[in-house]
Design a protein around this ligand. Structure first.
Ligand code: ADP
Ligand code: MG
Length: 308
């Protein structure tokens, strides 16, 4: 499907399938088109061309049925300052024709009963976010759509939200988890779709993405002396892509696990002693930055610095 706003193509020919019980991470920088996609899935926005299929139905045709089966934490949710958290949840249940117990929902998102009785006007951003998440859980949805669910949450809140997402998925709920923060998606998702500028630039598991882009590992060996004579032959080892020296530390780029051990024996055979070693997997953030770099940034040599 495609969505255009005048000259802006918010979504460009997007095609996605989310499976039952999976947590699908929808990752992309701000403005990539994540919220627009979610709004199409919910029929809040009509695609310019194409259509979406959600839980087997077309959101434009089965809107009411889908709204009953989907729980949403939207980006710009609205709460009523003068109503208590508990009231909000009771109201959400009534609207959906569900019989959820507000107390149980409050507990699931980590709001205590006293807080639930307070007016939402006095809530912190984090408490509001928890309440909105609780409202999304009303009616035991088959699909949970979360747009930037960690917004405003402190680390404890984020951890709790992540546990909740996994627990929901284990109950068979499909979760569509949209975020611009890689770490969030990495922590809970089975599969990830990377959206950039309205285009899906990758769909894979986290491991799959790592493999496909073969970012490799940096092995840093602290040595008593640098074995100068042995260094030129280091790249002859299969899986060693290059090396760098910094004082008495030797950083070796390895593309296979085996290469690490062989690089260590190579320098030890040459008479140096490894005092300490340190291994760093190439971060997915490097990959994410590559996938979502603008053309301008791509032609710039210091891409990582620009994006970071
Ligand atoms: P994300 O959620 O990934 O940050 P959005 O889906 O909100 O991205 O936005 C995608 C693009 O579409 C952006 O360029 C945004 O400015 C544009 N856009 C979104 N909603 C509208 C709208 N109602 N009218 C015009 N442009 C919009
Ligand atoms: Mg958004």
């Amino acid at each position: 499907m495609t969505k255009e706003y005048g000259e802006v193509t918010a979504i460009d020919n997007l095609n996605l399938d989310i499976e039952e019980g999976e947590v699908f991470g929808f990752l992309g920088p701000n403005g990539a088109g994540k919220s627009t996609t979610i709004n199409i899935l919910l029929d809040f926005v009509t695609p310019t061309s194409g259509s979406a299929t959600v839980l087997g139905s077309d959101p434009q045709k089965a809107t009411r049925e889908l709204h009953r089966r989907i729980g949403v934490l939207p980006e710009g949710y609205e709460l009523y300052d003068r109503l208590s958290g508990r009231k909000h949840l009771a109201f959400a249940a009534e609207t959906k024709g569900a019989d959820d117990d507000p107390s149980e929902l409050l507990e699931r998102v980590g709001l205590d009963p006293d807080e639930g009785d307070r007016k939402v006007g006095g809530y912190s951003k984090g408490m509001k976010q928890r309440l909105a998440l609780a409202a999304a859980l009303v009616g035991d949805p088959d699909l949970l759509i979360l747009d930037e669910p960690s917004a405003g949450l402190d680390p404890t809140g984020i951890q709790r939200m992540q546990e909740l997402v996994r627990a929901e998925a284990e109950r068979g709920t499909a979760v569509f988890f949209s975020s611009h923060i890689l770490g969030q998606v990495e922590a809970v998702c089975d599969r990830v779709g990377v959206l950039n500028d309205g285009e899906l630039v990758a769909v894979d598991s986290i491991e799959g993405l790592r493999d496909a882009f073969g970012s490799g590992t940096t092995l840093t060996i602290e040595l008593d002396t640098i074995p100068d004579d042995a260094l030129p032959t280091l790249p002859e080892i299969e899986g060693v892509a290059g090396y760098e020296i910094n004082g008495t530390s030797l950083a070796v780029q390895c593309t296979t696990p085996r290469a690490k051990g062989e690089a260590i024996s190579h320098v030890q055979t040459a008479g140096a002693t490894a005092l300490d070693i340190h291994i760093e997997e190439a971060g997915l953030d490097v990959l994410f930055n590559k996938l979502t770099a603008t053309d301008e940034q791509r032609s710039d040599e210091s891409v990582e610095e620009v994006v970071a």
